[in-house]
Design a protein around this ligand. Structure first.
Ligand code: FAD
Length: 402
Protein backbone atom coordinates (compact mmCIF):
# COMPACT_ATOMS: atom_id res chain seq x y z
CA UNK A 1 0.00 0.00 0.00
CA UNK A 2 0.89 3.65 -0.03
CA UNK A 3 3.35 5.01 2.50
CA UNK A 4 2.59 8.13 4.53
CA UNK A 5 5.64 9.80 6.01
CA UNK A 6 4.98 12.22 8.86
CA UNK A 7 7.86 14.55 9.76
CA UNK A 8 7.69 15.79 13.36
CA UNK A 9 6.48 13.65 16.27
CA UNK A 10 4.75 16.32 18.36
CA UNK A 11 1.02 16.68 18.91
CA UNK A 12 0.20 17.29 15.23
CA UNK A 13 2.38 14.47 13.90
CA UNK A 14 1.20 11.91 16.46
CA UNK A 15 -2.44 12.89 15.96
CA UNK A 16 -2.00 12.51 12.21
CA UNK A 17 -0.87 8.92 12.68
CA UNK A 18 -3.68 8.19 15.16
CA UNK A 19 -6.41 9.75 12.98
CA UNK A 20 -5.17 8.00 9.84
CA UNK A 21 -5.58 4.61 11.51
CA UNK A 22 -8.93 5.65 12.96
CA UNK A 23 -10.15 6.54 9.49
CA UNK A 24 -8.98 3.19 8.16
CA UNK A 25 -5.68 3.99 6.42
CA UNK A 26 -4.19 0.59 5.64
CA UNK A 27 -0.88 1.68 4.11
CA UNK A 28 2.36 2.17 5.98
CA UNK A 29 2.80 5.06 8.39
CA UNK A 30 6.31 6.24 9.22
CA UNK A 31 6.58 8.91 11.93
CA UNK A 32 9.97 10.61 12.22
CA UNK A 33 10.88 12.94 15.09
CA UNK A 34 14.07 14.82 15.94
CA UNK A 35 13.72 14.54 19.71
CA UNK A 36 14.97 11.34 21.36
CA UNK A 37 12.09 11.17 23.85
CA UNK A 38 8.91 9.20 23.55
CA UNK A 39 6.46 11.70 21.96
CA UNK A 40 4.96 13.97 24.60
CA UNK A 41 2.50 16.78 25.13
CA UNK A 42 3.92 20.29 25.43
CA UNK A 43 1.43 22.35 27.51
CA UNK A 44 2.32 20.51 30.77
CA UNK A 45 5.97 21.55 30.29
CA UNK A 46 5.26 25.02 31.66
CA UNK A 47 2.80 23.68 34.23
CA UNK A 48 2.77 20.36 36.13
CA UNK A 49 5.87 18.84 34.50
CA UNK A 50 7.88 21.95 35.34
CA UNK A 51 6.72 22.15 38.94
CA UNK A 52 7.17 18.41 39.50
CA UNK A 53 3.41 17.85 39.91
CA UNK A 54 3.58 15.37 37.02
CA UNK A 55 6.52 13.12 36.18
CA UNK A 56 6.07 13.52 32.42
CA UNK A 57 3.54 14.06 29.68
CA UNK A 58 4.17 11.26 27.17
CA UNK A 59 1.18 10.67 24.90
CA UNK A 60 -0.91 7.64 25.81
CA UNK A 61 -0.55 6.13 22.33
CA UNK A 62 0.48 2.56 21.56
CA UNK A 63 2.45 3.03 18.34
CA UNK A 64 3.07 -0.70 17.88
CA UNK A 65 -0.62 -1.51 18.18
CA UNK A 66 -1.32 1.18 15.57
CA UNK A 67 1.40 -0.29 13.36
CA UNK A 68 3.20 3.06 13.22
CA UNK A 69 6.89 2.90 12.39
CA UNK A 70 8.16 5.44 14.95
CA UNK A 71 11.70 6.69 14.37
CA UNK A 72 12.94 8.97 17.13
CA UNK A 73 16.13 11.02 17.30
CA UNK A 74 16.03 11.46 13.52
CA UNK A 75 16.22 14.99 12.10
CA UNK A 76 14.97 15.54 8.57
CA UNK A 77 17.29 17.94 6.76
CA UNK A 78 15.76 18.34 3.31
CA UNK A 79 12.99 17.46 0.91
CA UNK A 80 13.56 16.24 -2.66
CA UNK A 81 10.01 16.40 -3.98
CA UNK A 82 10.92 15.20 -7.48
CA UNK A 83 12.29 11.97 -5.94
CA UNK A 84 9.57 11.79 -3.28
CA UNK A 85 12.21 11.51 -0.58
CA UNK A 86 13.35 13.38 2.49
CA UNK A 87 16.93 13.35 3.72
CA UNK A 88 18.18 12.41 7.18
CA UNK A 89 21.62 11.75 8.66
CA UNK A 90 20.87 8.04 8.39
CA UNK A 91 19.90 8.27 4.71
CA UNK A 92 16.90 9.13 2.56
CA UNK A 93 13.33 8.15 3.53
CA UNK A 94 10.81 7.71 0.67
CA UNK A 95 7.14 8.65 0.75
CA UNK A 96 3.99 8.50 -1.32
CA UNK A 97 2.29 11.13 0.83
CA UNK A 98 4.21 13.49 3.11
CA UNK A 99 2.86 15.33 6.14
CA UNK A 100 4.91 18.24 7.49
CA UNK A 101 4.39 18.59 11.26
CA UNK A 102 7.65 20.09 12.48
CA UNK A 103 6.02 22.61 14.82
CA UNK A 104 7.77 25.75 15.95
CA UNK A 105 11.08 26.80 17.47
CA UNK A 106 11.37 29.43 20.18
CA UNK A 107 13.02 32.71 19.23
CA UNK A 108 16.32 33.16 21.10
CA UNK A 109 17.53 36.38 22.60
CA UNK A 110 19.96 38.05 20.19
CA UNK A 111 23.37 37.19 21.64
CA UNK A 112 21.76 34.96 24.26
CA UNK A 113 22.47 31.65 22.60
CA UNK A 114 25.27 29.79 24.29
CA UNK A 115 25.33 31.90 27.47
CA UNK A 116 25.18 29.40 30.36
CA UNK A 117 22.08 29.86 32.49
CA UNK A 118 19.99 31.35 29.64
CA UNK A 119 17.12 28.99 28.87
CA UNK A 120 14.29 28.50 26.44
CA UNK A 121 11.11 26.60 27.34
CA UNK A 122 9.92 24.42 24.49
CA UNK A 123 11.19 20.88 24.99
CA UNK A 124 11.50 18.25 27.68
CA UNK A 125 15.27 18.80 27.59
CA UNK A 126 14.67 22.49 28.40
CA UNK A 127 12.56 21.42 31.38
CA UNK A 128 15.28 19.08 32.64
CA UNK A 129 17.62 22.09 32.75
CA UNK A 130 15.02 24.35 34.37
CA UNK A 131 13.87 22.07 37.18
CA UNK A 132 17.06 22.60 39.22
CA UNK A 133 16.66 26.38 38.82
CA UNK A 134 13.33 26.06 40.63
CA UNK A 135 14.50 23.39 43.09
CA UNK A 136 17.45 25.57 44.12
CA UNK A 137 15.19 28.62 44.28
CA UNK A 138 17.55 30.67 42.19
CA UNK A 139 16.38 34.17 41.42
CA UNK A 140 15.25 34.34 37.84
CA UNK A 141 14.77 36.90 35.12
CA UNK A 142 12.02 36.06 32.66
CA UNK A 143 12.25 37.80 29.30
CA UNK A 144 8.79 38.36 27.80
CA UNK A 145 5.40 38.63 29.53
CA UNK A 146 3.55 36.44 27.03
CA UNK A 147 1.93 33.07 27.70
CA UNK A 148 5.19 31.18 28.33
CA UNK A 149 6.69 33.98 30.45
CA UNK A 150 3.57 34.19 32.61
CA UNK A 151 3.39 30.42 33.13
CA UNK A 152 7.07 30.12 33.96
CA UNK A 153 6.83 33.10 36.36
CA UNK A 154 3.88 31.35 38.04
CA UNK A 155 5.85 28.13 38.52
CA UNK A 156 8.95 29.98 39.73
CA UNK A 157 7.00 31.97 42.31
CA UNK A 158 5.33 28.77 43.49
CA UNK A 159 8.78 27.30 43.96
CA UNK A 160 9.80 30.33 46.00
CA UNK A 161 12.15 31.95 43.49
CA UNK A 162 12.52 35.70 43.27
CA UNK A 163 11.12 36.59 39.85
CA UNK A 164 11.64 39.62 37.63
CA UNK A 165 9.81 39.72 34.31
CA UNK A 166 11.12 42.09 31.64
CA UNK A 167 8.71 43.04 28.85
CA UNK A 168 9.52 45.36 25.94
CA UNK A 169 5.90 46.40 25.41
CA UNK A 170 3.98 48.49 27.93
CA UNK A 171 1.89 45.56 29.20
CA UNK A 172 1.67 41.76 29.35
CA UNK A 173 0.39 39.86 26.29
CA UNK A 174 0.72 42.97 24.15
CA UNK A 175 0.81 40.99 20.93
CA UNK A 176 -2.44 39.19 21.72
CA UNK A 177 -4.79 41.44 23.69
CA UNK A 178 -5.77 45.11 23.44
CA UNK A 179 -4.49 47.42 26.22
CA UNK A 180 -7.72 47.67 28.20
CA UNK A 181 -8.06 43.88 28.36
CA UNK A 182 -4.42 43.20 29.25
CA UNK A 183 -4.30 45.97 31.87
CA UNK A 184 -5.88 43.91 34.70
CA UNK A 185 -3.26 41.20 34.18
CA UNK A 186 -0.53 43.54 35.37
CA UNK A 187 -1.74 43.16 38.94
CA UNK A 188 -1.67 39.35 38.66
CA UNK A 189 2.13 39.64 38.63
CA UNK A 190 2.18 41.99 41.60
CA UNK A 191 -0.22 39.82 43.58
CA UNK A 192 2.00 36.76 42.95
CA UNK A 193 5.05 38.68 44.11
CA UNK A 194 6.71 38.83 40.69
CA UNK A 195 8.23 42.11 39.60
CA UNK A 196 7.06 43.17 36.12
CA UNK A 197 9.24 45.69 34.29
CA UNK A 198 7.49 46.89 31.12
CA UNK A 199 8.68 49.20 28.36
CA UNK A 200 12.22 47.88 28.71
CA UNK A 201 14.02 45.58 26.33
CA UNK A 202 16.92 43.29 27.16
CA UNK A 203 19.95 44.63 25.30
CA UNK A 204 22.59 42.10 26.39
CA UNK A 205 23.07 38.96 28.48
CA UNK A 206 26.48 37.82 29.64
CA UNK A 207 27.98 35.39 32.11
CA UNK A 208 28.68 36.88 35.54
CA UNK A 209 30.64 35.47 38.48
CA UNK A 210 29.58 32.35 40.39
CA UNK A 211 27.64 30.97 37.44
CA UNK A 212 25.19 33.83 37.39
CA UNK A 213 23.93 35.78 34.39
CA UNK A 214 23.99 39.53 33.90
CA UNK A 215 21.03 41.01 32.05
CA UNK A 216 21.34 44.51 30.67
CA UNK A 217 18.19 46.52 29.97
CA UNK A 218 17.51 49.35 27.51
CA UNK A 219 17.19 51.86 30.39
CA UNK A 220 20.74 51.02 31.49
CA UNK A 221 19.73 48.89 34.47
CA UNK A 222 21.68 45.66 35.01
CA UNK A 223 19.98 42.67 36.66
CA UNK A 224 21.80 39.61 37.98
CA UNK A 225 20.07 36.25 38.05
CA UNK A 226 20.72 32.61 38.76
CA UNK A 227 18.75 31.76 35.63
CA UNK A 228 17.16 33.52 32.68
CA UNK A 229 14.16 32.19 30.78
CA UNK A 230 13.43 33.63 27.35
CA UNK A 231 9.80 33.57 26.17
CA UNK A 232 9.67 36.00 23.27
CA UNK A 233 7.80 33.96 20.70
CA UNK A 234 8.24 31.05 18.33
CA UNK A 235 8.72 30.64 14.59
CA UNK A 236 7.69 27.75 12.36
CA UNK A 237 10.45 25.10 12.25
CA UNK A 238 10.67 25.14 8.47
CA UNK A 239 14.27 26.18 7.82
CA UNK A 240 14.93 22.72 6.41
CA UNK A 241 12.41 23.41 3.61
CA UNK A 242 14.18 26.45 2.17
CA UNK A 243 15.31 25.57 -1.32
CA UNK A 244 12.53 22.99 -1.65
CA UNK A 245 9.48 23.75 -3.81
CA UNK A 246 7.22 23.96 -0.72
CA UNK A 247 5.94 27.56 -0.56
CA UNK A 248 6.51 29.35 2.75
CA UNK A 249 4.92 32.57 3.97
CA UNK A 250 6.73 35.62 5.29
CA UNK A 251 6.50 34.27 8.85
CA UNK A 252 8.15 31.03 7.70
CA UNK A 253 4.92 29.01 7.93
CA UNK A 254 4.19 26.45 5.24
CA UNK A 255 1.42 27.93 3.11
CA UNK A 256 -1.31 25.30 3.25
CA UNK A 257 -4.71 25.56 1.58
CA UNK A 258 -8.09 24.92 3.20
CA UNK A 259 -7.55 21.13 2.97
CA UNK A 260 -4.05 21.55 4.46
CA UNK A 261 -2.39 20.75 1.12
CA UNK A 262 0.87 22.55 0.37
CA UNK A 263 2.06 23.92 -2.98
CA UNK A 264 3.57 20.49 -3.74
CA UNK A 265 1.31 17.56 -4.74
CA UNK A 266 0.83 14.92 -2.01
CA UNK A 267 2.57 17.09 0.59
CA UNK A 268 0.44 18.36 3.50
CA UNK A 269 1.20 20.57 6.51
CA UNK A 270 -0.39 20.79 9.95
CA UNK A 271 0.07 22.29 13.40
CA UNK A 272 2.40 25.12 14.44
CA UNK A 273 4.47 24.86 11.22
CA UNK A 274 1.60 25.69 8.86
CA UNK A 275 -0.76 28.54 8.06
CA UNK A 276 -4.13 28.12 6.37
CA UNK A 277 -6.73 30.44 4.82
CA UNK A 278 -9.76 31.03 7.04
CA UNK A 279 -12.99 31.91 5.25
CA UNK A 280 -14.48 32.57 8.69
CA UNK A 281 -11.99 35.35 9.41
CA UNK A 282 -11.24 36.38 5.83
CA UNK A 283 -7.51 35.98 6.31
CA UNK A 284 -4.71 33.45 6.61
CA UNK A 285 -4.14 32.16 10.15
CA UNK A 286 -0.93 30.85 11.75
CA UNK A 287 -2.17 29.22 14.94
CA UNK A 288 0.43 28.14 17.52
CA UNK A 289 -1.96 26.40 19.88
CA UNK A 290 -2.61 22.87 20.99
CA UNK A 291 -6.20 22.64 19.73
CA UNK A 292 -5.07 23.39 16.16
CA UNK A 293 -2.60 20.48 16.39
CA UNK A 294 -5.53 18.30 17.53
CA UNK A 295 -8.08 19.37 14.88
CA UNK A 296 -5.89 19.75 11.79
CA UNK A 297 -4.90 16.05 11.63
CA UNK A 298 -8.59 15.09 11.25
CA UNK A 299 -8.69 17.05 8.00
CA UNK A 300 -5.49 15.44 6.76
CA UNK A 301 -6.71 11.93 7.61
CA UNK A 302 -9.99 12.65 5.84
CA UNK A 303 -8.24 13.98 2.71
CA UNK A 304 -5.92 10.97 2.57
CA UNK A 305 -8.54 8.30 3.27
CA UNK A 306 -11.84 9.70 1.96
CA UNK A 307 -10.50 12.17 -0.60
CA UNK A 308 -10.54 15.91 -1.09
CA UNK A 309 -14.12 16.13 -2.35
CA UNK A 310 -15.37 14.36 0.79
CA UNK A 311 -13.45 16.63 3.18
CA UNK A 312 -14.93 19.93 4.37
CA UNK A 313 -12.58 22.94 4.44
CA UNK A 314 -10.43 23.32 7.54
CA UNK A 315 -11.78 26.46 9.17
CA UNK A 316 -11.75 26.03 12.95
CA UNK A 317 -12.55 28.59 15.60
CA UNK A 318 -9.09 28.90 17.18
CA UNK A 319 -8.99 28.02 20.88
CA UNK A 320 -6.36 28.01 23.58
CA UNK A 321 -5.96 28.16 27.30
CA UNK A 322 -3.31 29.22 29.78
CA UNK A 323 -2.88 28.60 33.48
CA UNK A 324 -1.20 31.53 35.15
CA UNK A 325 -1.08 33.04 38.64
CA UNK A 326 -3.79 30.68 39.87
CA UNK A 327 -6.14 31.59 37.03
CA UNK A 328 -7.58 29.60 34.15
CA UNK A 329 -7.47 31.84 31.09
CA UNK A 330 -9.17 30.75 27.87
CA UNK A 331 -9.62 32.38 24.51
CA UNK A 332 -11.67 31.33 21.50
CA UNK A 333 -12.09 32.99 18.13
CA UNK A 334 -10.21 35.87 16.64
CA UNK A 335 -10.78 39.57 17.23
CA UNK A 336 -9.59 42.47 15.13
CA UNK A 337 -8.87 46.04 16.16
CA UNK A 338 -12.28 47.28 15.07
CA UNK A 339 -14.25 44.75 17.15
CA UNK A 340 -16.13 46.10 20.16
CA UNK A 341 -15.08 44.52 23.52
CA UNK A 342 -17.87 43.94 26.04
CA UNK A 343 -17.03 43.07 29.66
CA UNK A 344 -18.85 40.44 31.62
CA UNK A 345 -17.96 41.12 35.22
CA UNK A 346 -15.31 43.24 36.90
CA UNK A 347 -11.66 42.60 35.92
CA UNK A 348 -10.71 43.27 39.53
CA UNK A 349 -12.62 40.12 40.54
CA UNK A 350 -11.45 36.52 40.39
CA UNK A 351 -13.50 35.75 37.29
CA UNK A 352 -14.63 37.80 34.33
CA UNK A 353 -14.73 37.59 30.59
CA UNK A 354 -14.64 39.78 27.53
CA UNK A 355 -16.66 39.25 24.35
CA UNK A 356 -15.83 40.87 21.04
CA UNK A 357 -18.77 41.64 18.75
CA UNK A 358 -18.74 42.94 15.22
CA UNK A 359 -22.08 44.27 14.07
CA UNK A 360 -23.67 42.18 16.79
CA UNK A 361 -21.94 38.92 15.76
CA UNK A 362 -19.70 37.26 18.35
CA UNK A 363 -16.11 37.03 17.05
CA UNK A 364 -14.06 36.13 20.11
CA UNK A 365 -14.26 35.41 23.85
CA UNK A 366 -11.61 35.74 26.55
CA UNK A 367 -12.66 34.00 29.75
CA UNK A 368 -10.83 34.21 33.08
CA UNK A 369 -12.25 31.62 35.46
CA UNK A 370 -15.52 31.48 33.49
CA UNK A 371 -15.21 28.24 31.51
CA UNK A 372 -18.95 28.24 30.70
CA UNK A 373 -18.61 31.54 28.87
CA UNK A 374 -15.85 29.95 26.85
CA UNK A 375 -17.75 26.75 26.01
CA UNK A 376 -20.93 28.59 25.10
CA UNK A 377 -19.10 31.40 23.35
CA UNK A 378 -17.13 28.98 21.21
CA UNK A 379 -20.33 27.40 19.91
CA UNK A 380 -21.88 30.82 19.26
CA UNK A 381 -18.78 31.88 17.33
CA UNK A 382 -18.98 28.68 15.26
CA UNK A 383 -22.58 29.52 14.35
CA UNK A 384 -21.76 33.23 13.81
CA UNK A 385 -24.63 34.00 16.18
CA UNK A 386 -25.95 37.55 16.56
CA UNK A 387 -26.21 38.59 20.23
CA UNK A 388 -27.82 41.41 22.17
CA UNK A 389 -24.93 43.56 23.44
CA UNK A 390 -26.84 44.61 26.56
CA UNK A 391 -27.42 40.99 27.56
CA UNK A 392 -23.84 40.02 26.71
CA UNK A 393 -22.66 42.73 29.11
CA UNK A 394 -24.74 41.20 31.94
CA UNK A 395 -22.61 38.43 33.50
CA UNK A 396 -25.67 36.91 35.18
CA UNK A 397 -27.17 36.09 31.76
CA UNK A 398 -25.71 32.84 30.36
CA UNK A 399 -23.93 33.71 27.14
CA UNK A 400 -26.03 31.20 25.20
CA UNK A 401 -29.14 33.16 26.15
CA UNK A 402 -27.73 36.57 25.30
P1 FAD B 1 5.52 20.70 18.15
O1 FAD B 1 4.86 20.38 19.43
O2 FAD B 1 6.55 21.79 18.14
O3 FAD B 1 6.16 19.36 17.59
C1 FAD B 1 6.98 19.34 16.45
C2 FAD B 1 8.00 18.24 16.59
O4 FAD B 1 8.71 18.15 15.36
C3 FAD B 1 9.04 18.50 17.66
O5 FAD B 1 9.17 17.40 18.50
C4 FAD B 1 10.32 18.75 16.87
O6 FAD B 1 11.48 18.28 17.52
C5 FAD B 1 10.07 17.95 15.61
N1 FAD B 1 10.86 18.46 14.47
C6 FAD B 1 11.09 19.75 14.13
N2 FAD B 1 11.86 19.82 13.04
C7 FAD B 1 12.14 18.54 12.68
C8 FAD B 1 12.90 17.97 11.63
N3 FAD B 1 13.50 18.73 10.71
N4 FAD B 1 12.99 16.62 11.56
C9 FAD B 1 12.36 15.84 12.47
N5 FAD B 1 11.62 16.33 13.49
C10 FAD B 1 11.51 17.67 13.59
N6 FAD B 1 -1.09 25.63 23.68
C11 FAD B 1 -2.30 25.81 24.26
O7 FAD B 1 -3.30 25.90 23.55
N7 FAD B 1 -2.41 25.89 25.62
C12 FAD B 1 -1.35 25.84 26.45
O8 FAD B 1 -1.51 25.93 27.67
C13 FAD B 1 -0.06 25.65 25.86
N8 FAD B 1 1.04 25.57 26.65
C14 FAD B 1 2.26 25.43 26.07
C15 FAD B 1 3.38 25.38 26.89
C16 FAD B 1 4.65 25.26 26.34
C17 FAD B 1 5.85 25.21 27.24
C18 FAD B 1 4.80 25.19 24.93
C19 FAD B 1 6.17 25.08 24.32
C20 FAD B 1 3.68 25.24 24.10
C21 FAD B 1 2.40 25.36 24.66
N9 FAD B 1 1.26 25.40 23.87
C22 FAD B 1 0.03 25.56 24.45
C23 FAD B 1 1.35 25.29 22.39
C24 FAD B 1 1.22 23.83 21.92
O9 FAD B 1 2.01 23.00 22.72
C25 FAD B 1 1.63 23.74 20.47
O10 FAD B 1 0.72 24.48 19.71
C26 FAD B 1 1.69 22.30 19.98
O11 FAD B 1 2.70 21.60 20.65
C27 FAD B 1 1.94 22.27 18.46
O12 FAD B 1 2.13 20.94 18.05
P2 FAD B 1 2.98 20.59 16.76
O13 FAD B 1 2.99 19.12 16.69
O14 FAD B 1 2.50 21.39 15.62
O15 FAD B 1 4.46 21.14 17.06
Amino acid sequence: GERVLVVGAGMAGVQTAVRLRERGWTGRIVLVGAEPHRPYDRPPLSKAVLTGGAAGSAFDVDFDALDVDLRLGVTVTGLRAADREVDTASGPVPYDRLVLATGAEPVSLPGGGGVPGVHLLRTLDDVHLLRPVLAERRDVVVVGAGWIGAEFATAAREAGCRVTVVEAADRPLAGVLPPEVAAPMRHWYREAGAELLTGRAVTAVRPADRGRVEVELSDGAVLRAGGVVVGIGARPATGWLTGSPVALGEDGAVLADDRLRTSVPDVYAVGDCASFPSARYGRRLSVHHWDNALQGPRTIASVLVAGEAETPPYDPVPYFWSEQFGRFVQYAGHHDDGDEPLWRGDPGDASWSVCWLREGVLNAVLAVGRPRDLTQGRKLIERAATLDPARVADPSVPLKSA
